[in-house]
Design a protein around this ligand. Structure first.
Ligand SMILES: NC(=O)c1ccc[n+]([C@@H]2O[C@H](COP(=O)([O-])OP(=O)(O)OC[C@H]3O[C@@H](n4cnc5c(N)ncnc54)[C@H](OP(=O)(O)O)[C@@H]3O)[C@@H](O)[C@H]2O)c1
Length: 337
């Protein structure tokens, strides 16, 4: 398991170990999760070093799970070891999809650039052109390279939605959790709070890995939760977990000033993925619902915020959503609401 100590890796290792796999949990730091079975071996590995990966694979293994594969070179790293690897499960992203008219995650900031996806998006949806330009095109290149390997390395590619859970480097739930902890009881949601951006609990992604591990094959599957709640529903569910009551002002359109009422789920059109193929091919049933996943996330986030400023604790989140907590702009706007 490459990338074992992260938010997806932790439940993946736990699920595979429960299923009887002898797991080697690899990451640069060699971290171990308290919940893992004592039989789980831990290895320090920087996957950037081909030789180090080959050494961890050793004489061979039945399965490699890779959650930190980001481009074609990472795919080639795996396929070059195909004679020693039985099968692979590799985490990709739903950001590889485009809408058939050239719009995708990379064009969202352009005028009229937001993708108009079908609801829900099946795996047969067109993809962005593979290339080196962006995260999405690199993920498409990763997928292409793995597909070209075919039966040489049977690979399940999992296109994850908005991953959530404890240990997330990009905890979108922070948007509501921090507001509640900061005592903000009034909030604004753009797009009438109806935005839907399909979440994927790390535990559900782990379940998909577990199922794919038991049934090796060459396939590409969406990897999301069973439901895609609206931004308003997500906020309300977090309020319930935290035992707070809030008042929400709903806006018809996009965030005024770019930040007020925005946030991680604030999309003008639905971004929802079809999970039928995973159900059909692997018998996937989510192991946790979005609301039931929240108490663990809220508890972890609450603890993490005690450690310091959110920007320092979650630099990826601060880069992705720099205006997420622009209370000044919100307060200036709210009295007019
Ligand atoms: N977050 C989302 O919403 C989202 C959405 C779609 C897809 N994804 C995909 O999810 C994957 C990320 O998984 P995650 O959220 O579990 O990430 P994460 O929480 O950041 O964990 C990354 C794991 O990989 C290890 N790692 C990082 N670089 C490594 C390297 N060079 N060699 C070996 N291990 C390395 C890290 O530990 P060390 O630092 O100790 O090495 C850690 O165990 C990516 O493929 C991403 O594209 C995420």
């Amino acid at each position: 398991m490459i990338g074992a100590s992260g938010q997806i890796g932790r439940p993946v290792v736990a699920a595979l170990a429960r299923d009887g796999w002898e797991v080697t949990a690899a990451s640069r730091g060699g971290g171990r999760d308290d919940a893992w079975d004592t039989g789980v071996r831990v290895a320090r590995l920087d996957r950037a070093d081909d030789g180090a990966l080959a050494a961890v694979v050793g004489d061979g293994c039945d399965l490699v799970v890779d959650v930190v594969a980001y481009d074609a070179s990472h795919a080639r790293q795996l396929t070059s070891l195909a004679d020693r690897i039985g099968a692979a499960v590799v985490v990709s992203s739903v950001s590889v999809y485009e809408d058939g008219t050239g719009r995708g995650f990379d064009t969202t900031a352009e005028p009229d650039g937001f993708p108009v996806y079908p609801v829900p998006v099946p795996e047969s949806q067109p993809l962005v052109a593979p290339g080196a330009a962006t995260y999405s095109t690199r993920k498409a290149a990763l997928e292409l390279e793995l597909r070209l390997a075919g039966a040489e390395l049977p690979t399940t590619v999992l296109r994850a939605g908005a991953v959530h859970g404890p240990h997330s480097p990009l905890p979108r739930e922070l948007y509501f959790v921090k507001r509640n902890l900061d005592g903000r009881r009034r909030r604004v949601l753009a797009h009438r709070g109806e935005s839907r951006f399909h979440p994927a609990s790390a535990r559900n992604v782990a379940e998909l890995v577990r199922l794919a591990a038991a049934r090796p094959g060459s396939r590409v599957l969406n990897a999301c939760d069973g439901e895609a709640p609206t931004a308003a529903e997500i906020g309300a569910a977090i309020d319930t977990v935290m035992g707070v009551e809030t008042e929400t002002t709903l806006l018809d359109g996009p965030p005024p000033g770019g930040t007020v009422g925005g946030g991680p789920w604030s999309v003008p059109l639905p971004v929802v993925f079809d999970m039928c193929a995973a159900e059909r091919e692997l018998g996937y049933r989510p192991v946790v619902s979005y609301p039931d996943s929240l108490p663990g996330t809220v508890e972890w986030l609450t603890g993490a915020l005690r450690e310091g400023d959110w920007r320092e604790r979650f630099p990826l989140m601060a880069r992705a959503y720099p205006g997420a907590f622009d209370y000044e702009a919100e307060d200036a706007w709210l009295p007019r609401a």
